[in-house]
Design a protein around this ligand. Structure first.
Ligand code: E4P
Length: 222
């Protein structure tokens, strides 16, 4: 199981990477927009420095044609590092780019997945990660849990090495449901991560233990 942070904010990434065992960081142009105007390559190089070489960094292409996506991907791999996961939307042009880039040995994260068939086409094109958009599906009345369960079943039956990185969450219930349905990996915002332990009964229990110790053993008794 892997937990990724869906963020391009360097201090947020530093803080979460310090607190949690993150497996990596994901991004898209909407997330980057929160940072204002950035220098694309140096910003992501900074993020790579913060998370280190062993974690996955997923950077999305912006182009709409396969040739442009391939050129963008090559530049990312050249200027940031060759282990970056190139995030490519599952469009027809995206699938064409995935096919070529996977032949070149690039790591690929297939994104913007709303349907099972998109996932299957991406697997066939050589994607390493498949990113179904859970909250966006839910808003459209699509049961993302059922979609993830079916994709996960196909991956298992066909012994495919591709992994599901469930994405687009608005709350922790969606994220835990995606894991329960069969996702290996989730990418979540820092707000969702912090909300995992922000549950008053947890603090109450910790205080109860602390008070019991002090009242029975006294202060400085260890
Ligand atoms: C991953 O990085 C996805 O692009 C992201 O989780 C999508 O989230 P959104 O639906 O909130 O834009």
């Amino acid at each position: 199981m892997e937990i990724l942070l869906d963020s391009t904010n360097v201090s947020e990434i530093k803080k979460c990477n310090d607190l949690f065992e993150l497996a990596g960081v994901t991004s898209n142009p909407l997330i980057i927009k929160n940072e204002g105007k950035i220098n694309f390559y140096s910003h992501f190089s900074k993020i790579r420095k913060v998370i280190g070489k062993n974690k996955t960094l997923h950077i999305q292409t912006l182009a709409s044609t396969a040739d442009e996506m391939i050129a963008e991907a090559r530049a990312i791999l050249n200027k940031i590092d060759d282990q970056v996961y190139i995030k490519i939307p599952v469009t027809e042009q995206g699938l064409k780019a995935m096919k070529q880039l996977s032949r070149e040995g690039a790591h690929i994260t297939a994104t913007c997945i709303y349907t099972r068939m998109q996932a299957y086409l991406a697997i066939a094109a050589g994607a390493d990660y498949l990113a179904p958009y859970c909250n966006r599906m839910e808003q459209m009345g699509i049961d993302f849990r059922a979609i993830i369960a079916e994709i996960s079943d196909v991956l298992e039956r066909t012994a495919s090495p591709a992994k599901i990185v469930a994405a687009s969450f608005k709350n922790i219930t969606q994220a835990t449901d995606a894991l329960a349905a069969g996702a290996n990996t989730i990418t979540v915002t820092s707000d969702i991560l912090h909300s995992a332990c922000a549950f008053p009964p947890i603090d109450l229990a910790v205080k109860e233990f602390h008070d019991a110790w002090i009242s029975s053993q006294g202060k400085n008794s260890k």
